[in-house]
Write a protein that binds this ligand. Structure first.
Ligand SMILES: Cc1cc2nc3c(=O)[nH]c(=O)nc-3n(C[C@H](O)[C@H](O)[C@H](O)COP(=O)(O)OP(=O)(O)OC[C@H]3O[C@@H](n4cnc5c(N)ncnc54)[C@H](O)[C@@H]3O)c2cc1C
Length: 337
């Protein structure tokens, strides 16, 4: 009875932005019994979202090397929510390897990141047969997963439609366009209301080869960037990603060289791979690179997912729903406008 007394279900909610943040908000508000409409300025291909270019790794432990404990906490919760919503999500873990010259950085990573066990050359070969003989030691993060953003966004949109949530594509909107409750998930486009938001460029290359197969993301310790190869369907691999304080979305020759060299150094078969596409996108970030849920009277802004949008979106949606319903407020992420 008390529970019902405290719960305030808004009659209807308009969510702006059908990227990974807005999509999870729509899903969990609909599950909570609200009448939800999702508005997206782009079309169903979602090429205008940052997520279109993302690695899609669900890696709360690997990220704990460089990110705050908040990212690990929300990320771990998200893994369960992903499992619940899309049970076919692969949780094959992540593998971190390094070349001998980067040994010191590898040991540093091992010390700072939680949730792994050390693996020798034999264990690496068991996990990834095509890497047999190439690395003598690595770190295996057994609990981590990965999704292909270009598949999971349409899959989640389909789930929304099945739940009766309309998605209005080609429908640009602003928080003031509605009379009722609004969740603003416009990503980097929300700078009109979030002046401290900035874009942090990430560049990637997609390649195709049948000469090598991987079952999980493989990260290579690199002195400057967190570089990785993520396997995709149809013999494709995403090689990512740079992290550059720039808001242009071109791919530089230097970045292309670094990304391709990293993949080639993981396995020479990548030297023969066909380049499918280069791409870049801006990660929406606040000055502290932490996500924020800013709760105003009518509008709640969910933004700053930075390099963790796929990892954090489910847990952030859960926190937002609990706050809006008046059930509880996670003071580490929710701020008052
Ligand atoms: C190279 C790269 C690799 C990455 N790898 C990973 C990874 O491995 N794991 C991970 O968790 N994260 C990763 N990320 C981060 C992740 O992509 C972002 O954190 C995430 O996409 C942010 O999601 P979002 O929904 O906030 O923004 P977006 O994905 O940009 O979505 C916002 C949406 O709002 C729409 N919109 C904007 N304005 C309006 C308007 N006025 N009306 C209606 N709609 C509007 C946009 O068109 C867009 O579709 C990576 C990012 C990059 C660039």
């Amino acid at each position: 009875m008390n529970h019902h007394a405290r719960t305030r279900v808004p009659e209807s909610i308009d969510i702006i932005g059908a990227g990974i943040a807005g999509t999870w908000q729509a899903l969990l508000f609909a599950q909570a019994g609200c009448k939800v409409t999702l508005h997206e300025r782009g079309d169903a291909s979602m090429t205008e979202s940052t997520g279109h270019w993302a690695g899609g790794m669900l890696a709360p432990f690997c990220e704990s090397e460089a990110a705050e404990p908040l990212i690990t906490r929300l990320g771990l919760r998200s893994l369960d929510l992903w499992r619940g919503a899309l049970p076919e999500t692969p949780f094959n873990g992540s593998l971190v390897v390094s070349h001998p010259r980067d040994r010191a950085d590898f040991e540093r990573f091992a010390r700072l990141a939680e949730g792994h066990r050390r693996v020798d050359g034999g264990a690496i070969a068991d996990l990834e047969p095509d890497l047999a003989g190439r690395f003598h030691d690595g770190l295996y993060f057994a609990q981590e997963g990965h999704v292909d953003p270009r598949h999971v966004l349409p899959a989640l949109h389909e789930k929304l439609r099945a739940a009766g949530v309309p998605i209005e594509f080609k429908s640009a909107a602003g928080p003031d366009d509605f009379d009722g409750a609004v969740i603003d998930c416009r990503g980097i486009a929300a700078r009109d209301t979030c002046p401290t938001l900035r874009g942090v460029k990430g560049e990637i290359v997609t390649v195709e080869t049948a000469e090598i197969a991987l079952s999980r993301p493989v990260r290579l310790i690199h002195p400057r960037w967190s570089l990785y190869v993520v396997p995709r369907a149809n013999n494709r691999f995403l090689i990512g990603a740079t992290t550059i304080e720039s808001e242009d979305t071109g791919v530089s020759v230097r970045s292309a060289l670094e990304l391709l060299t990293a993949a080639y150094s993981i396995h020479p078969a990548f030297g023969e791979a066909r380049i499918v596409a280069f791409g870049a996108a801006l990660r929406p970030a606040f000055p502290d690179n932490l996500p924020r849920i800013v709760a105003g009277n009518r509008t709640v802004t969910v933004n700053g997912l930075y390099r963790h949008g796929f990892l954090l979106a489910p847990a952030l949606a859960e926190v937002t729903v609990a706050h809006v319903m008046g059930e509880r407020t996670d003071a580490e992420v929710v701020r008052c406008a």
